[in-house]
Design a protein around this ligand. Structure first.
Ligand code: PBG
Length: 333
């Protein structure tokens, strides 16, 4: 290619802030952000999470107050994760579809108390099983795909009945989107949306989350390699996402976030579906550790890491920094 210097000086468009603002390709807004929220039983209760500074498990009443603040900041969606008391856990995860369970009560109360915010509910069995796996176990402790789907369908339907806006299966069983969609249609929940954790890798970055929902000890030294994806694979993510879209997913998700931007970019470019990304608990913990040590600047790094998702093609970002980022964005004129 012909070199056109000095006709072309790329730095011309970088030399003052109005020019940089005018030519900027991506804009981050509170509308892009979704705050994950951990729910516990009780009243007026909050609990610290050791590996996630400034993130708390909250009883439903406190969560409602928090969600009202998030809404005022312009955030449009929250993702609910329950921390289930030990006495309700069993090998089949039956508490997951209890119509009076923690998640179901949370969805109903939030729906009643906060207007115009999308509630996203996690569909998976790991908070409800004594073994911490996302599925039903067979005789040799293998995860039984089709048996698990039956429970996931009941769980999804119970959330839909509570008025959830978006059901988010995060379990990675084959064929669960098709089964969930079929049952939603059959029961006339035609507007309930499905956000599929479609390309979800078997990642070591989920550690702090498992701590937060109390599944870490139950899972022990075992992992989720037989259902979550091998992090060495890229083509596999296309097959996973295509399959979930064809089965009726409205939105698909890539997870984790920052170490998987290549997957996000490819999925968005090739499949063109609404695509979310999850900046997961381990990424959050890693950032916080560097902030606490004053190795990285908190506000600047939060903005840069979230913008990286937009640049890579994300339409929505689940992040534990959602509230803080929305506050920072409000301060920008
Ligand atoms: C469980 C689930 C996980 C996360 C979201 N839903 C953990 C896992 O698969 O073990 C991880 C989120 C995070 O790390 O922030 N089905």
């Amino acid at each position: 290619m012909k070199k056109n210097f000095p006709n072309i000086r790329l730095r011309r468009l970088r030399n003052n802030s109005p020019i940089r603002n005018l030519i900027r390709e991506n804009i981050l807004s509170p509308h892009d952000l979704i705050q994950p929220i951990f729910i516990i039983e009780g009243n007026n209760k909050t609990e610290k999470i050791k590996s996630m500074p400034d993130i708390y498990r909250m009883s439903i009443d406190i969560a409602i107050k928090e969600i009202k603040i998030l809404k005022k900041l312009g955030i449009q969606g929250i993702a609910l994760f329950p921390c289930i008391e030990k006495k309700y856990k069993d090998i089949q995860g039956t508490e997951s579809f209890n119509q009076d369970g923690l998640m179901q009560r949370a969805i109903r109360s939030i729906k009643k108390s906060v207007k115009d915010i999308a509630i996203i509910s996690d569909v998976a069995l790991d908070p409800y099983t004594v073994h911490g796996q996302d599925g039903i176990l067979g005789a040799n402790k293998e995860i039984l795909n089709d048996e698990t789907i039956e429970v996931l369908v009941k769980q999804s339907l119970s959330h839909a009945e509570c008025g959830v806006d978006i059901i988010a299966p995060s379990d990675m069983m084959d064929g669960r989107i098709k089964a969930i969609r079929k049952s939603l249609e059959k029961n006339k929940f035609i507007d309930t949306k499905i956000l599929s954790y479609a390309a979800k890798y078997s990642s070591n970055f989920y550690g702090p989350f498992r701590d937060a929902v109390g599944s870490v000890k139950n899972l022990g030294a075992l992992n989720k390699d037989t259902y979550q994806m091998d992090y060495a694979n890229k083509k596999d993510s296309m097959r996973e996402v295509e399959m979930d879209i064809s089965e009726g997913a409205d939105i698909i998700m890539i997870k984790p976030g920052m170490p998987y931007l290549d997957i996000l970019r490819r999925v968005k470019d090739e499949l063109k579906a609404p695509t979310f990304v999850y900046q997961v608990s381990g990424e959050y913990a890693m950032h916080c550790a560097a902030f606490d040590n004053k190795w990285l600047n908190r506000e600047q790094i939060i903005m840069e890491s979230l913008m990286a998702f937009k640049r890579a093609g994300a339409d929505g970002i689940l992040t534990y920094f959602a509230k803080e980022a929305a506050q920072l964005l409000k301060g920008i004129d």
